[in-house]
Design a protein around this ligand. Structure first.
Ligand code: SF4
Length: 108
């Protein structure tokens, strides 16, 4: 094997290995994403959390107003474009950006 060919084979192998590693890291990150809060969770029930703010029991939570959702709550830690994100009231889990709970507070 001449030098150029050896160099090509080495670089190709390293490149393929890097791609495989990057894919594995991405797959692991997806696999370890925090679980979503379920409306049936004890804390969720205590706070009246729902994954879809339009489904809030308005008779039970009179302070709910249309337009309120996790994405515009002061404590929501996800980005505006995220479908879900962390909330300190539900440690280790994610809430839906369109969700709502009775602890909602207007984002400043
Ligand atoms: S505190 Fe805010 S971000 Fe957390 S679940 Fe309730 S409404 Fe959503």
């Amino acid at each position: 094997m001449n030098s150029n060919r050896r160099t090509f084979v080495i670089h190709s192998t390293l490149g393929a290995s890097a791609l495989i590693c990057a894919g594995a890291v991405r797959a692991q990150a997806a696999a370890t994403a925090p679980a979503m809060v379920q409306a049936t969770d004890a804390q969720a029930q205590a706070l009246g959390y729902v994954a879809d703010a339009t489904k809030v029991d308005k008779a039970k939570f009179a302070r709910y107003a249309a337009g309120q959702s996790c994405t515009n709550c002061a404590v929501y830690q996800g980005k505006a474009a995220d479908a879900a994100g962390p909330c300190p009231l539900f440690p280790g889990k994610q809430v839906a950006s369109k969700g709502w709970c009775s602890a909602w507070a207007k984002k400043a």
